[in-house]
Ligand binder design. Structure first.
Ligand code: ADP
Ligand code: DP6
Ligand code: CO
Length: 360
């Protein structure tokens, strides 16, 4: 007899940290050494689309990323997300009729296939792991009938996939509290201001390279924790005060302050990479040219019209205000033709609202 396939598709946004997460106190469940704050970008240009399908005819879990099959059992993170979602499984119901399609106690007989695509460079410092694991967590939670009331737990599950992923489950400005507990239940993300808080804010993504980084974020930050005294100092003595200042700055929409704190934090994060032994280089000559361009632009304008931040990769994310967009775009296009910067605003929807289809 042909077995039915239960399948659903969701899309998920990336996020870019204004104050960075770099370093874990527990690498098994991704507990960070400092809190962080980010903005979630809308999904028009950068998104992950993930389809999960369950069937009795599947003999094992499988996952394809950008068309290539990955070994699910070799990925501790993917296994963790599966395990945590399955531990909370409920009934799968037809969203239209409410009819139970898979009963809570029937899940053991079904395996899952995951097909995920990023429409932007993977492993290049544009937070593909954030969008990817947020998508996986959310898609599986819907498939396995987890109630929306488990939002805090979903944040923890996404975090176990990739730390930064917990921040992609909410829109607008999102803080990830490092938490104190060893089991990590208090290490999760929460929205601190929604996207409507600051409609003037504009993001520009400058893709200078789409090649995969040679040192993953996971590996890079572990070596930093093990070897960089600057990282220990940053986490203990710099980030807490900077987070408080950043919160005051975005709450009062003080663009000059937000941009300065963001640039300083990006620079310090990359300084810790240089202080890592052996050092890790994520920025390249093009990245450094962007840094110089932004400072020159601000100098010429006599005020801060633009800020930059770089994750673990060479690609730049610029922050500006809509009224300065023509100035910033003109500079970016002059320095970096022929690639046009990708314009993005803050995500207007939470991931929950982004459920695209439920063709069960
Ligand atoms: P990035 O800067 O892009 O976040 P990372 O080094 O943090 O780079 O993570 C990249 C890794 O994240 C990829 O090699 C892959 O294992 C995982 N990843 C990226 N996108 C997805 C996705 N859509 N689904 C599942 N895993 C993903
Ligand atoms: C520089 O979340 O990708 O982008 O938890 O090991 O998956 P894992 O690392 P990841 O690290 C992100 C580092 C960063 C800064 C940030 O997003 O806060
Ligand atoms: Co990542």
């Amino acid at each position: 007899m042909q077995q039915p396939v239960f399948s659903l598709t969701i899309s998920s946004p990336t996020n870019i940290a204004l104050i960075k997460y770099w370093g874990k106190r527990d690498a098994k469940i991704n507990l960070p050494i400092n809190s962080s704050v980010s903005v979630t970008l809308n999904q028009r240009d950068l998104r992950t689309v993930t389809t999960v399908s369950a069937s009795r005819s599947f003999s094992r879990d499988r996952l394809w990323l950008n068309g290539e099959e990955e070994d699910v059992n070799a990925s501790r993170r993917v296994l963790a997300v599966f395990r945590e979602v399955r531990a909370r499984a409920g009934d799968l119901r037809d969203p239209k009729t409410g009819q139970v399609l898979v009963r809570k106690d029937e899940w053991d007989g079904l395996r899952v296939w995951v097909v995920s695509e990023n429409n932007f460079p993977t492993a290049a410092g544009l937070a593909s792991s954030a969008a990817g694991y947020a998508a996986l967590t959310f898609a599986l939670s819907k498939l396995y009938g987890l109630p929306d009331s488990l939002a805090d737990e979903l944040s923890c599950i996404a975090r176990m996939g990739s730390g930064s992923a917990c921040r992609s489950l909410a829109g607008g400005f999102v803080a990830w509290d490092m938490g104190q507990r060893a089991d990590g239940v208090d290490s999760r993300a929460r929205q601190v201001a929604d996207e409507a808080h600051w409609p003037e804010l504009q993001v520009l993504v400058l893709v200078v390279s789409d090649t995969k980084k040679t040192v993953s974020s996971t590996a890079g930050m572990q070596t930093s924790v093990d070897t960089s005294p600057l990282l220990a100092h940053r986490a203990a003595a710099v980030v807490p005060g900077r987070l408080a200042e950043m919160e005051a700055a975005y709450q009062s929409r003080d663009f000059g302050k937000v941009a300065e704190l963001m640039m300083r934090d990006s620079n310090q994060f990359h300084a810790t990479c240089l202080d890592t032994y052996p050092p890790v280089f994520y920025m390249n000559d093009a990245s450094r040219a962007i840094v110089r361009m932004v400072h020159a632009l601000n100098e010429a304008a006599g005020e801060t019209v633009c800020g930059y931040t770089f994750d673990a990769g060479p690609n730049a994310v610029l922050l500006t205000l809509k009224r300065h967009l023509p100035t910033v775009l003109a500079a970016a296009n002059t320095h970096f033709p022929p690639k046009r910067p990708v314009e993005a605003t803050l995500a207007s929807e939470s991931l929950l609202a982004a459920l695209k289809s439920t063709p069960l």
